[in-house]
Design a protein around this ligand. Structure first.
Ligand code: HEC
Length: 190
Protein backbone atom coordinates (compact mmCIF):
# COMPACT_ATOMS: atom_id res chain seq x y z
CA UNK A 1 0.00 0.00 0.00
CA UNK A 2 1.39 3.40 -0.95
CA UNK A 3 1.26 5.88 1.90
CA UNK A 4 2.44 9.43 1.68
CA UNK A 5 5.93 8.57 2.95
CA UNK A 6 6.72 5.91 0.38
CA UNK A 7 5.33 8.14 -2.37
CA UNK A 8 7.68 10.94 -1.46
CA UNK A 9 10.54 8.44 -1.13
CA UNK A 10 9.75 7.28 -4.64
CA UNK A 11 9.74 10.89 -5.83
CA UNK A 12 13.14 11.49 -4.26
CA UNK A 13 14.54 8.37 -5.94
CA UNK A 14 13.17 9.52 -9.27
CA UNK A 15 14.74 12.95 -8.81
CA UNK A 16 18.09 11.32 -8.10
CA UNK A 17 17.84 9.10 -11.13
CA UNK A 18 16.99 12.02 -13.41
CA UNK A 19 19.21 14.61 -11.83
CA UNK A 20 22.36 12.56 -11.19
CA UNK A 21 25.13 14.16 -13.19
CA UNK A 22 25.73 11.86 -16.14
CA UNK A 23 29.37 11.01 -16.83
CA UNK A 24 30.57 13.50 -19.40
CA UNK A 25 30.54 11.91 -22.84
CA UNK A 26 33.79 11.50 -24.71
CA UNK A 27 34.39 13.74 -27.71
CA UNK A 28 33.73 12.15 -31.07
CA UNK A 29 36.57 11.75 -33.53
CA UNK A 30 36.33 11.73 -37.31
CA UNK A 31 38.69 10.94 -40.16
CA UNK A 32 40.40 14.10 -41.41
CA UNK A 33 39.71 13.39 -45.09
CA UNK A 34 36.49 11.37 -45.20
CA UNK A 35 34.77 12.56 -42.00
CA UNK A 36 33.99 8.92 -41.15
CA UNK A 37 33.88 8.22 -37.40
CA UNK A 38 37.16 6.93 -35.99
CA UNK A 39 37.10 3.88 -33.74
CA UNK A 40 39.52 3.98 -30.81
CA UNK A 41 39.23 0.18 -30.59
CA UNK A 42 41.36 -0.01 -33.74
CA UNK A 43 44.36 1.05 -31.61
CA UNK A 44 46.13 -1.17 -29.08
CA UNK A 45 45.07 -0.64 -25.44
CA UNK A 46 48.39 1.03 -24.47
CA UNK A 47 48.03 4.61 -23.33
CA UNK A 48 44.24 4.60 -23.07
CA UNK A 49 44.41 4.56 -19.25
CA UNK A 50 46.78 7.52 -18.95
CA UNK A 51 45.16 10.51 -17.21
CA UNK A 52 46.22 12.98 -19.92
CA UNK A 53 44.61 10.90 -22.67
CA UNK A 54 41.38 10.52 -20.69
CA UNK A 55 41.32 14.26 -20.14
CA UNK A 56 41.84 14.87 -23.86
CA UNK A 57 38.88 12.59 -24.63
CA UNK A 58 36.68 14.82 -22.45
CA UNK A 59 37.96 18.25 -23.42
CA UNK A 60 39.52 17.87 -26.88
CA UNK A 61 42.52 19.80 -25.52
CA UNK A 62 46.05 18.40 -25.32
CA UNK A 63 47.07 18.45 -21.64
CA UNK A 64 50.77 18.16 -22.59
CA UNK A 65 50.85 21.51 -24.41
CA UNK A 66 53.29 23.87 -22.75
CA UNK A 67 54.53 21.27 -20.22
CA UNK A 68 58.35 21.54 -20.43
CA UNK A 69 58.79 18.22 -18.59
CA UNK A 70 57.03 16.36 -21.40
CA UNK A 71 58.75 17.90 -24.41
CA UNK A 72 61.71 15.51 -24.42
CA UNK A 73 59.49 12.46 -24.68
CA UNK A 74 57.57 14.08 -27.53
CA UNK A 75 60.82 14.93 -29.30
CA UNK A 76 62.04 11.33 -29.01
CA UNK A 77 58.75 9.93 -30.33
CA UNK A 78 58.65 12.44 -33.18
CA UNK A 79 62.18 11.46 -34.25
CA UNK A 80 61.19 7.81 -34.33
CA UNK A 81 57.72 8.00 -35.89
CA UNK A 82 57.38 11.22 -37.89
CA UNK A 83 60.63 12.99 -38.77
CA UNK A 84 61.54 10.54 -41.56
CA UNK A 85 58.63 11.93 -43.58
CA UNK A 86 58.07 15.39 -42.05
CA UNK A 87 61.72 16.40 -41.47
CA UNK A 88 63.81 16.70 -38.32
CA UNK A 89 62.30 20.08 -37.42
CA UNK A 90 58.92 19.30 -39.03
CA UNK A 91 60.02 21.55 -41.87
CA UNK A 92 58.65 19.10 -44.46
CA UNK A 93 60.18 16.32 -46.54
CA UNK A 94 58.00 13.78 -48.33
CA UNK A 95 55.21 14.92 -46.00
CA UNK A 96 54.28 18.59 -45.59
CA UNK A 97 55.84 20.96 -43.07
CA UNK A 98 54.07 20.93 -39.70
CA UNK A 99 55.99 23.88 -38.25
CA UNK A 100 54.45 26.68 -40.35
CA UNK A 101 50.97 28.16 -40.54
CA UNK A 102 49.88 26.57 -43.81
CA UNK A 103 47.71 23.49 -43.36
CA UNK A 104 46.30 21.25 -46.07
CA UNK A 105 43.56 20.43 -43.55
CA UNK A 106 42.85 23.55 -41.49
CA UNK A 107 41.42 21.49 -38.61
CA UNK A 108 45.03 20.58 -37.75
CA UNK A 109 45.21 23.96 -36.01
CA UNK A 110 43.20 22.38 -33.18
CA UNK A 111 44.36 19.60 -30.85
CA UNK A 112 41.33 17.51 -31.73
CA UNK A 113 41.94 17.97 -35.46
CA UNK A 114 45.61 17.02 -35.29
CA UNK A 115 44.83 13.99 -33.14
CA UNK A 116 42.29 12.88 -35.76
CA UNK A 117 44.98 13.14 -38.47
CA UNK A 118 47.59 11.26 -36.45
CA UNK A 119 45.16 8.59 -35.28
CA UNK A 120 43.24 8.08 -38.50
CA UNK A 121 45.75 9.23 -41.13
CA UNK A 122 45.04 11.45 -44.14
CA UNK A 123 45.82 10.47 -47.72
CA UNK A 124 48.73 8.74 -49.44
CA UNK A 125 51.69 7.98 -47.20
CA UNK A 126 50.01 9.48 -44.13
CA UNK A 127 48.49 6.32 -42.69
CA UNK A 128 47.01 5.80 -39.21
CA UNK A 129 49.84 6.09 -36.68
CA UNK A 130 48.48 3.92 -33.86
CA UNK A 131 50.89 1.10 -34.58
CA UNK A 132 53.90 3.42 -34.18
CA UNK A 133 52.80 5.49 -31.18
CA UNK A 134 50.07 4.77 -28.64
CA UNK A 135 47.16 7.16 -28.16
CA UNK A 136 48.81 8.97 -25.23
CA UNK A 137 52.10 9.20 -27.12
CA UNK A 138 50.21 10.86 -29.98
CA UNK A 139 49.47 13.73 -27.60
CA UNK A 140 53.14 13.90 -26.54
CA UNK A 141 54.23 14.03 -30.20
CA UNK A 142 51.66 16.75 -30.91
CA UNK A 143 53.00 18.89 -28.03
CA UNK A 144 56.48 18.66 -29.58
CA UNK A 145 55.13 19.53 -33.04
CA UNK A 146 53.51 22.66 -31.58
CA UNK A 147 56.80 23.50 -29.85
CA UNK A 148 58.58 23.41 -33.24
CA UNK A 149 56.21 26.07 -34.61
CA UNK A 150 57.76 29.02 -36.42
CA UNK A 151 54.60 30.35 -38.13
CA UNK A 152 52.62 33.46 -37.31
CA UNK A 153 51.62 33.52 -33.61
CA UNK A 154 48.18 34.90 -34.65
CA UNK A 155 47.46 31.64 -36.43
CA UNK A 156 48.36 29.38 -33.49
CA UNK A 157 44.70 28.54 -32.95
CA UNK A 158 45.47 25.72 -30.52
CA UNK A 159 46.40 28.42 -27.98
CA UNK A 160 44.05 30.86 -26.35
CA UNK A 161 44.43 34.50 -27.33
CA UNK A 162 46.61 35.46 -24.38
CA UNK A 163 49.07 32.64 -25.02
CA UNK A 164 49.26 33.54 -28.72
CA UNK A 165 50.43 37.04 -27.81
CA UNK A 166 53.42 35.74 -25.86
CA UNK A 167 54.23 32.78 -28.11
CA UNK A 168 57.93 32.49 -28.88
CA UNK A 169 58.96 30.78 -32.10
CA UNK A 170 60.99 27.59 -31.79
CA UNK A 171 64.52 28.47 -30.70
CA UNK A 172 66.21 25.45 -32.27
CA UNK A 173 67.17 23.97 -28.93
CA UNK A 174 66.63 20.34 -27.93
CA UNK A 175 63.98 19.72 -25.30
CA UNK A 176 64.96 20.16 -21.64
CA UNK A 177 65.45 17.00 -19.57
CA UNK A 178 62.32 16.05 -17.62
CA UNK A 179 62.46 17.06 -13.95
CA UNK A 180 62.26 14.59 -11.07
CA UNK A 181 58.51 15.13 -10.65
CA UNK A 182 57.66 14.74 -14.35
CA UNK A 183 54.65 12.46 -14.98
CA UNK A 184 55.65 8.81 -15.49
CA UNK A 185 54.77 8.86 -19.18
CA UNK A 186 57.17 11.80 -19.72
CA UNK A 187 60.19 10.22 -18.03
CA UNK A 188 63.03 9.28 -20.32
CA UNK A 189 65.12 6.18 -20.70
CA UNK A 190 62.71 3.76 -19.09
C1 HEC B 1 55.43 7.51 -44.28
C2 HEC B 1 55.50 8.97 -44.22
C3 HEC B 1 54.80 9.68 -43.07
C4 HEC B 1 54.92 9.42 -41.71
C5 HEC B 1 55.73 8.33 -41.01
C6 HEC B 1 54.12 10.44 -41.05
N1 HEC B 1 53.53 11.26 -41.96
FE1 HEC B 1 52.26 12.80 -41.55
N2 HEC B 1 51.96 13.09 -43.55
C7 HEC B 1 52.61 12.41 -44.57
C8 HEC B 1 52.09 12.86 -45.84
C9 HEC B 1 52.53 12.39 -47.22
C10 HEC B 1 51.09 13.81 -45.54
C11 HEC B 1 50.16 14.54 -46.53
C12 HEC B 1 48.85 13.78 -46.57
C13 HEC B 1 47.70 14.52 -47.20
O1 HEC B 1 47.88 15.64 -47.69
O2 HEC B 1 46.57 13.97 -47.16
C14 HEC B 1 51.05 13.94 -44.09
C15 HEC B 1 50.19 14.79 -43.41
C16 HEC B 1 50.25 15.04 -42.05
C17 HEC B 1 49.49 16.05 -41.35
C18 HEC B 1 48.51 17.03 -41.98
C19 HEC B 1 49.29 18.28 -42.42
C20 HEC B 1 48.43 19.41 -43.00
O3 HEC B 1 49.03 20.28 -43.65
O4 HEC B 1 47.21 19.46 -42.82
C21 HEC B 1 49.83 15.98 -40.03
C22 HEC B 1 49.31 16.84 -38.89
C23 HEC B 1 50.80 14.91 -39.91
N3 HEC B 1 51.02 14.35 -41.15
C24 HEC B 1 51.38 14.53 -38.72
C25 HEC B 1 52.23 13.42 -38.58
C26 HEC B 1 52.77 12.98 -37.31
C27 HEC B 1 52.59 13.68 -35.98
C28 HEC B 1 53.48 11.84 -37.59
C29 HEC B 1 54.18 10.94 -36.60
C30 HEC B 1 53.38 10.38 -35.52
C31 HEC B 1 53.39 11.59 -39.01
N4 HEC B 1 52.63 12.57 -39.58
C32 HEC B 1 54.00 10.54 -39.67
C33 HEC B 1 53.57 11.43 -44.42
C34 HEC B 1 53.92 10.84 -43.21
Amino acid sequence: MLDRLSLSAAAVCLLFALGAPAAQADISLNNTVTGEPLNLDDAPADGKDVAAFKEFMQTGKNPYLGKPDCLAKGEELFSGACSGCHGHLAEGKIGPGLNDDYWTYPQNTTDKGMFETVFGGASGQMGPMYNSVNVDEMLLVMAWVRHLYVGSPDKAEWLDEGARKTLAKYDGKPAPKPGADAPAECKMGG
